[in-house]
Design a protein around this ligand. Structure first.
Ligand SMILES: [Ca+2]
Ligand SMILES: [Ca+2]
Length: 366
């Protein structure tokens, strides 16, 4: 990797933590040095062209309401809004814009300085479908909408470019994102997700360094973790000298921020409202100013007392009622399935055995 490197990363912002989250959905921005392999973090030489793209995504279990009723999002339908790249200096140029959806208008790709798309909500991209059945059978949770290139100028000033949304359509007439509903097989209706508070955009970040100073990460430690339960929260901390970027991983896979999981791209990862599925081995990957990577050792998180579905520290009749409702549903919506105590994607008899044991104990172990 070149010492004189630009350093490209990605980070996430999301809505504030609150009650137990419903599924996440929103816009996802990614970066790439070759326009083929999209990563949360890449490095590029000065004057290199950094590719970026924007997609729409939703987690399984995202609800949309149409005239057909409340169904699950199954595939992207329409985006309305404008993008921006903040932190640019003279000489940094956006170009090579392409729409990646079948339909849309020319305003979607209009570039003016650091803005992409119409200044009012007049730029859109559409995925007009005539048959939803393939997506109802197998939802398409991510759809690329547009892509472009930032040509970094000769200015070697250390700076951070962030690729993000600027204007997002609102209301029922022009919502920023619409998804087709699983209930709309014949009528082909689409709508914005019901829980708008769950929108969580994944931003692309380009860290530009002059490469004149690139101290390596010589030491890295990750600590924290341990045992937690649904009524608590837990944090994992990293200490790494000369790290300029962090990405937390779980079981070897990069994480992304969500309402419950914050700080994925910072030195502290925090998890609120723990679910049994949050148990596992966490590590953090850090980058120096030239994009060289260092991995921390593992930190283990254990989740106990998953049967406390009401999250008040005891397992009692209230939880029994909640478990019964989850058991009736059987199938889990997404990764936050209350009642799936053995984390196999179903709420069934195996979970009931685990629930009964914790119900007998009443008080969650501290
Ligand atoms: Ca409880
Ligand atoms: Ca289960």
């Amino acid at each position: 990797m070149s010492k004189n490197a630009f350093f490209v990363g990605a980070m996430v912002v999301s809505s504030l933590a609150g009650t137990v989250a419903s599924a996440n959905w929103g816009l996802k921005y990614e970066v790439s040095t070759d326009g083929i392999t999209w990563k949360p973090v890449v490095a590029a030489a000065p004057l290199a062209q950094v590719h970026f793209r924007m997609s729409a995504y939703f987690d399984i279990g995202t609800k949309v309401q149409t005239a057909d009723g409340i169904g699950d999002a199954v595939v992207f339908s329409r985006f309305t809004g404008q993008q921006q790249i903040t932190g640019m200096v003279a000489g940094d140029v956006i170009g090579s814009m392409q729409r990646l959806t079948p339909q849309g208008n020319s305003a979607l790709l209009t570039v003016s300085g650091n803005l992409i798309g119409g200044t009012s909500v007049t730029s859109f991209a559409t995925n007009l479908l005539l048959n939803l059945n393939p997506y109802i059978a197998s939802p398409l949770t991510e759809t690329a909408i547009l892509r472009g290139v930032v040509t970094v100028g000769t200015d070697a000033t250390t700076r951070t470019l962030v690729v993000k949304n600027n204007v997002f359509g609102v209301g029922t007439s022009m919502p920023g994102l619409r998804f087709y509903s699983s209930l709309s097989g014949s009528s082909l209706l689409a709508a914005a997700p019901i829980d708008t508070a769950a929108r969580s955009d994944i931003l692309g970040t380009i860290l530009v360094s002059d490469g004149s100073s690139c101290p390596p990460v010589d030491s890295i430690t990750a600590s924290g973790g341990g045992t937690t339960q649904p009524s608590q929260s837990i944090a994992i901390h990293a200490v790494a000298d000369d790290a300029v970027f962090y990405i937390w991983t779980k079981g070897g896979s990069d994480l992304s921020n969500s309402v419950r999981q914050q700080g994925v791209y910072t030195s502290t990862l925090s998890i609120s409202d723990p679910f049994p599925s949050d148990a596992g081995t966490y590590e953090v990957r850090v980058y120096d100013a030239c994009g060289n990577q260092t991995m921390s050792g593992p930190v283990v998180v254990t989740v106990v007392c998953g049967a406390d579905l009401s999250r008040n520290g005891v397992v009692d009749d209230t939880d029994f009622i909640l478990f019964g409702a989850a058991y009736s549903q059987l199938e889990c919506p997404g990764s936050q399935c209350a009642g799936d105590l053995n984390v196999d994607g179903l709420v069934d008899d195996a979970d009931f055995v685990l629930f009964a044991a914790e119900y007998s104990d009443f008080t969650c172990p501290s």
